[in-house]
Every structure is written in structure tokens, then in C-alpha cells.
Ligand binder design. Structure first.
Ligand code: GLY
Length: 322
């Protein structure tokens, strides 16, 4: 396994075209204190999760526990309508949840189209740790969760989700509103005091999606990806665009070849904007590398990401293409 020293050596050997331009490097968040723990997550609700993750990192906990427990807080938050069981349902009025998790050894677990189970991220972790598989979907994922002691929750939609769904049914039109809680996933990447990096991602997916639609969030390499030798990345926004470009995997590979997290997030956005109509599409990425640099970039303005570096919590506006 490559060491941090080898990673830094690789950076110094990166071709000139991949070296970090001074202007871009200046936009990345760099700080020597990363060995005291570092966590980044998507959106301002990520701050809620970062606070939980930080408790674990500050107590010398493992990054895997930090990201699982961190995003779980957001899954349980009744005010978040795009993560967890309180969220907007699909067109049939059913809330279906997607999540994935990845550890510092490269193991991964994922669930998709999971119904009536409160914490899909913890089911994803069980898939990773207790099965030889990476991904379980639908009824099979639910049966597995029940076999692991998760409780079957009531079918009902939360009152706010029910109202929104009934309103949506009047026109039955799918028109995502940029940055307005239609596809806002929480993705989180954390580095613990040992320098190990893990990631998690969880969402209810697009509001009023077709029943059975799977987005980017449970797909390893699309919604989230970690390589402990290099760093990690996570995505939010309209998952179809992230799926078609495997954005999180791409960012980690770009960082492996010497790009800063900021530059790699920007390049992943450019891969989308160069190929697809993007005027009404929001996609945002966050990333962290092994040196404790972080970055974020989105198509549209208005993407906020949250960070906690050595106990200091911030919410930051990401740079954007538009
Ligand atoms: N990014 C969440 C989704 O598209 O499902």
C-alpha cells in the first residue's frame, strides 16, 4: 500500500499540465492543523452532521464512525426534506432512500430504493461489514435491514412531504428548482487523527422521481468515492449527470495525478458542462486530499458546503461555473 510520503512524491512528479496553478491553489482551503481531524460535507445542513462527526474525530474516533454518525443526524432531522424518511416521496407517494459508505481500506457498502427504514447509511455499513456484497436494493435491502435488527417504520409520509406531494400531483410536472431542496444530498468526507479518510452519502433522491429511479448517491464512484492513499469526494445535485460522468471517482483520480481538490472538483463540473445542457441543472462536488486540502465547485451559484477543521466550523460558498 502506498504511503503518504509516496503520495506526496507522486504529486511532485505530476506533469506540468496537472500541477496546481497558483490562483487555484489559493482558493483551496489548506491548513497544517488537519491532523487534528477534518470533515467536509455538502450544503449548510452538512454543518449539523459535521458537529456530530467532529465529536467522534476529536475523541480520537475512526473517520468511518464519524461519517456514519454525522450523516445519520441529517437523516434524522425532521426539517431536512431530501435526506431520510421525512423527505419528499416519489411520484407514487413512496419515500425511497439511497446511501453508500466507504472506509479507509477501500471497502464499500450501499443500499438503494430502501423503504421504511430510518437510517440507510447504517444499513449500507452493515452491507459493507457483514456481507460479501457491495450493494443491496429494494425489498432485499429492506429484508437485510430487518435481519440486522433495524425497525420497519410506518409507511406514512411526513405531513410536510405529504402536502408537497399532493401539491405536485396537481400538475405532475418534474421541474427541479435549483438549490431549492429537490435533490440535496448529504455527502461527507472525514479524515481522522490517524490521517485515514472515509466517506458517506445519503439521500431520498430526486423529489417526485419515477418509482424505481436510482440516482448517483448509492453508486460507489458517482455519489461518493474514497481512496485512502489520495483523498475522497462526494456529489450533490441532479444525479443523472453525476452518474454519466462518475464524478467522485473522477475527482479522486484527478487528485491522484496532482490536481488540488478545488481544481479536480472544477474539472468534474466541466466534464458535465462540456457535454450536456446545464442551464437548469445543479451539480456540486466536494473533495479532500490526503494533505488536508479541501475544495468544492458547482455548476450554478448557491452551492454551500460545510467544513470543520480542527474544531472550527465554517459554511462556505463554493465557486461555480455560472
Ligand atoms: N444526488 C441525488 C440524486 O440525484 O438522487
Amino acid at each position: 500500500m502506498a504511503t503518504r510520503r509516496k503520495f506526496l512524491k507522486n504529486i511532485s512528479l505530476a506533469p506540468a499540465s496537472l500541477m496546481i496553478p497558483t490562483a487555484l491553489a489559493a482558493t483551496s482551503s489548506v491548513n497544517e492543523t488537519y491532523t487534528q481531524g477534518l470533515v467536509i460535507s455538502t450544503w449548510d445542513f452538512g454543518d449539523l452532521g459535521n458537529r456530530k462527526a467532529w465529536e467522534i474525530l476529536a475523541g480520537n474516533g475512526r473517520a468511518l464512525d464519524a461519517v456514519e454518525q454525522g450523516v445519520k443526524v441529517v437523516e434524522d432531522d425532521p426539517d431536512t426534506m431530501t435526506v431520510g424518511l421525512n423527505s419528499y416521496p416519489d411520484r407514487d407517494g413512496i419515500v425511497t432512500l439511497d446511501a453508500c459508505i466507504m472506509d479507509e481500506k477501500g471497502y464499500a457498502g450501499s443500499v438503494s430504493a430502501l423503504e421504511r427504514i430510518k437510517n440507510p447509511i447504517s444499513v449500507a455499513r452493515k452491507v459493507m461489514e457483514d456481507t460479501p456484497h457491495v450493494m443491496l436494493v429494494g425489498k432485499g435491502a429492506q429484508q437485510f435491514a430487518l435481519s440486522k435488527g433495524f425497525k420497519l417504520e410506518k409507511q406514512e409520509r411526513s405531513p410536510r412531504a405529504d402536502q408537497a406531494w399532493k401539491e405536485w400531483l396537481k400538475k405532475s410536472e418534474y421541474k427541479p428548482i435549483i438549490n431549492v431542496e429537490m435533490h440535496d444530498t448529504i455527502g461527507m468526507i472525514a479524515m481522522d487523527k490517524k490521517g485515514d479518510i472515509c466517506g458517506a452519502c445519503t439521500t431520498s433522491g430526486l423529489a417526485f422521481k419515477l418509482h424505481g429511479r436510482v440516482g448517483d448517491s448509492p453508486i460507489i464512484g458517482a455519489g461518493m468515492y474514497v481512496d485512502n492513499e489520495v483523498g475522497g469526494a462526494a456529489a450533490t445535485g441532479v444525479g443523472e449527470y453525476v452518474l454519466k460522468t462518475l464524478g467522485s471517482f473522477l475527482i479522486v483520480e484527478l487528485m491522484r495525478n496532482g490536481m488540488s481538490p478545488q481544481q479536480a472538483c472544477k474539472e468534474a463540473v466541466m466534464r458535465i458542462t462540456q457535454k450536456y445542457p446545464y442551464k437548469d441543472v445543479q451539480v456540486g462536488f466536494i473533495a479532500m486530499n490526503k494533505a488536508g486540502e479541501t475544495g468544492a465547485y458547482s455548476i450554478q451559484a448557491g452551492f454551500v458546503y460545510s467544513e470543520c477543521r480542527a474544531g472550527t466550523f465554517t459554511k462556505n460558498n463554493a465557486q461555480s461555473f455560472l
